[in-house]
Design a protein around this ligand. Sequence first.
Ligand SMILES: Nc1c(NC[C@H](O)[C@H](O)[C@H](O)CO)[nH]c(=O)[nH]c1=O
Ligand SMILES: CC(=O)[C@@H](O)COP(=O)(O)O
Length: 139
Amino acid sequence: MAHFLIVEARFYSHLNDMLIEGAKGALEAAGHSAELITVPGALEVPGAIAMAAESGRYDGFVAIGVVIRGETYHFEIVAGESARAIMALTMDGIAIGNGILTTENEEQAIVRADPAQKNKGGEAAMAAVRLLELRDQFD
Ligand SMILES: Nc1c(NC[C@H](O)[C@H](O)[C@H](O)CO)[nH]c(=O)[nH]c1=O
Ligand SMILES: CC(=O)[C@@H](O)COP(=O)(O)O
């Protein structure tokens, strides 16, 4: 059994609740345990993962959040920079599944957050599980 940390950017609570349900359900079904921490937004997720990885207490991580386009360029920054920083951590060998949705509107986010629909939270959790399996295989 592996132990995962779910790091949620709690910007849209009702959407996060669905993503977290999917992630927890996937990890539990795969026989793993999970903790949850909350940060304000997607830009804080990579830093929180980096800090938690330093502790050595977690085998893998699932990033959860929702970034919905507004009126300004900020969407590109939040969506792009959180994804880029998470990818950089993954390239350092940290098993992370990225379940941060980046959508044009709430309707798109609901479909992707809902475990009964596209279940992107569960998908991100299983991606982290797979990366951990590969790291163990290559060690
Ligand atoms: N607009 C969204 C944000 N913005 C907040 C940033 O992520 C960050 O917390 C702030 O800039 C302070 O550093 N975050 C989301 O997760 N989703 C959004 O739609
Ligand atoms: C993704 C965002 O930062 C967005 O929610 C902020 O909206 P706006 O660009 O209208 O300030």
